[in-house]
Design a protein around this ligand. Structure first.
Ligand code: ZN
Ligand code: FE
Length: 257
């Protein structure tokens, strides 16, 4: 399974999963249909699945047009999103498994950004390959999603689930927000040498308009402030000793950053 990253709208990423043996594809969070249809035509592949993480328009906006072109496509989303995702046929819960080509994804229920948000995790196919995590707007490279429908307690639990995946997991998040996220991260975790290095690196990438997604979970664990609620440096920065309160205060500061 090859993951192809497509750009859409101002800063969205759409991910196309392609199996060249069977010539089939699945798409994660099609914000719009056009770039997906173009790539499918180029690959001469048939779209068999749409994997939605949550109902926001910049994640499901292409569903209807893709269904029109591929009437057989199966549309997956979270069970709590019933009625909010166009064309949804499969209603997934924590622990469910979905198949694509020869791979199986585990469904993680990760409410917080929305109350129904789910993530898809493909464990590595072989021991020297990375796993693939499609986490929508729950975790970003260097950041996390805003809390529109969930509480800090829920989001800490959700990010905790993502954080517990193996280090060698590629993080395919749905937006290119990395530079701004790391700028914020440095204001609350300024002594973190790896974060400083990462920021310099990302600044170079972005000056060349290169994508910073996927990132690697190992790097997120060491540099993403929204996975580091029990780190003394971050607790000190927000004057708290409580993990959830630390997270909530960081998120509040980022909202105003
Ligand atoms: Zn969203
Ligand atoms: Fe989004």
């Amino acid at each position: 399974m090859q993951v192809i990253r497509l750009e859409a709208l101002s800063d969205n990423y759409i991910f196309l999963l392609h199996d060249s043996q069977q010539n089939i594809a699945a798409v994660v969070d099609p914000a719009v249909a056009e770039p997906v249809l173009r790539k499918l035509a180029e690959l001469k592949a048939e779209l068999v699945a749409i994997f939605n993480t949550h109902h926001h328009h910049d994640h499901v906006g292409g569903n209807q047009q893709l269904i029109k072109h591929f009437p057989q496509v199966i549309v997956y989303g979270g069970s709590e999103d019933q009625g909010r995702i166009p064309g949804q046929q499969v209603f997934l819960q924590q622990g469910d498994r979905v198949l694509f080509a020869h791979r199986t994804a585990e469904v993680l229920f990760v409410p917080g950004h929305t109350r129904a948000h789910i993530a898809y995790y493909f464990p590595p196919a072989t021991s020297d390959e990375p796993g693939e995590l499609f986490c929508g707007d729950t975790m970003f490279a260097g950041g996390c999603g805003r809390l529109f429908e969930g509480t800090p307690t829920q989001m800490v639990a959700s990010l905790g689930k993502l954080r517990s995946l193996p280090d060698n997991t590629r993080v395919w998040c749905a937006h290119e927000y990395t530079l701004k996220n790391l700028q914020f991260a440095l204001t609350v975790d300024s002594d973190n040498a790896e974060l400083q290095r990462r920021y310099t690196e990302v600044k170079t990438y972005r000056s060349r308009k290169e994508a910073t997604v996927p990132s690697l979970l190992a790097i997120e664990k060491r540099t993403n402030p929204f996975l580091r609620w029990e780190q003394p440096a971050l607790q000190l920065a927000v004057n708290s000793r409580d993990p959830v309160q630390t997270f909530a205060r960081l998120r509040g500061m980022k909202d105003r950053f």
